[in-house]
Write a protein that binds this ligand. Structure first.
Ligand code: GUN
Length: 292
């Protein structure tokens, strides 16, 4: 079997086309959606992600504020930026790129973002709503992107056995909640670094969502023939044969494509969907701000 490609770029393009219309409707009433993206420090991968978010804003006509702070910035300074952005009328979304430098308390800082501007969906109020099964809050972008891509490809989840690899706040836990939510109706197991017999567990799954950050972890013999595999990993692996000295690898070994029915590529799978969902959350925040 050669897996069909879960083409995040193509799906994101459709999301963007729909957003373009919603942005035009907002502009007709004098509102331009506005996203602030804050990055602290020099992590090269984070800078690539943030630049890509800002570029997508530009392409869609969303205003962006790109705030770059030094690695040595103190927490108080970042706190003040967030509090001031909370007050700024006409600024609809605030995103603090993770990870923050180790001297900062990432959870405490995320908690400061006003829930209505929390386009990452990481605030306890938004995550709490998700736990309650209410899908009307801001939902985390990567898990939402995964769900949207599965639904776009008409992949059934109802009653299926899903294994989510990873229990992070950004991907694993919210992805598990969305998969198990009414409407999606999958039966979900969350596996993590302490899970026993993880390979055997995966081999029973109809759907695997890999979000652990370990290159090529999911091997072909972990996957049931015909299973759907979503690769959330973006890992830099040393590779001397490349001019830049590294290559990108997902959490799923490429040969899984010989076993799975669907597989999302890296890059070009979940990545573009995360950004598309961030844009959608920003547009939605702007739409809700009118009604507030
Ligand atoms: N770092 C990796 N993914 C994300 C994300 O979705 N949001 C933020 N803020 N930081 C990230």
């Amino acid at each position: 079997m050669t897996a069909q490609r879960l083409d995040g770029r193509a799906c994101a393009k459709e999301v963007e086309a729909e957003l373009t219309q919603r942005i035009a409707a907002l502009k007709e009433v004098g509102i331009t959606p506005h996203l602030a993206v804050i990055i602290v420090g020099n992590d090269p991968a984070s800078h690539v992600y943030v630049n890509s978010k800002v570029k997508t804003c530009e392409r869609l006509g969303i205003k962006s504020t790109h705030l770059e702070l030094e690695e040595s910035t103190d927490e108080e300074t970042l706190r003040n930026h967030i509090l001031s952005m909370n007050q700024q009328e006409g600024l609809h979304g605030i995103l603090v790129q993770s990870p923050l430098p180790s001297h900062m308390d990432e959870d405490a800082l995320t908690d400061l973002i006003h829930p209505s501007k929390d386009v990452d969906g990481f605030h306890p109020e938004n995550l709490g709503r998700l736990v309650q099964g209410r899908l009307d809050g801001m939902l985390p972008c990567t898990p939402r992107g995964v769900m949207r891509m599965l639904s776009w490809a008409n992949i059934p989840l109802k009653g299926k056995r899903a294994v989510v690899l990873g229990r992070s706040r950004i991907v694993g836990m919210p992805a598990a909640l969305l998969m198990a939510a009414r409407g999606a109706d999958a039966t979900v197991t969350v596996a993590h670094s302490k899970t026993e017999s993880i390979k055997e567990l995966c081999a029973q799954a109809d759907v695997i969502i890999a979000a652990v950050g370990k290159a090529d972890m999911v091997q072909p013999d972990w996957v049931k023939p015909g299973a759907v595999v979503v690769d959330v990993g973006i890992n830099r692996v040393d590779d001397d044969s490349r001019e830049r000295g590294w290559r990108l690898a997902g959490d799923v070994h490429p040969e899984v494509a010989e076993v799975a029915s669907w597989l999302s590529p890296v890059p070009g799978g979940v990545g573009p969907m995360t950004i598309a969902m961030l844009m959608e959350n920003t547009v939605r925040a702007a739409e809700l701000a009118i009604q507030a």
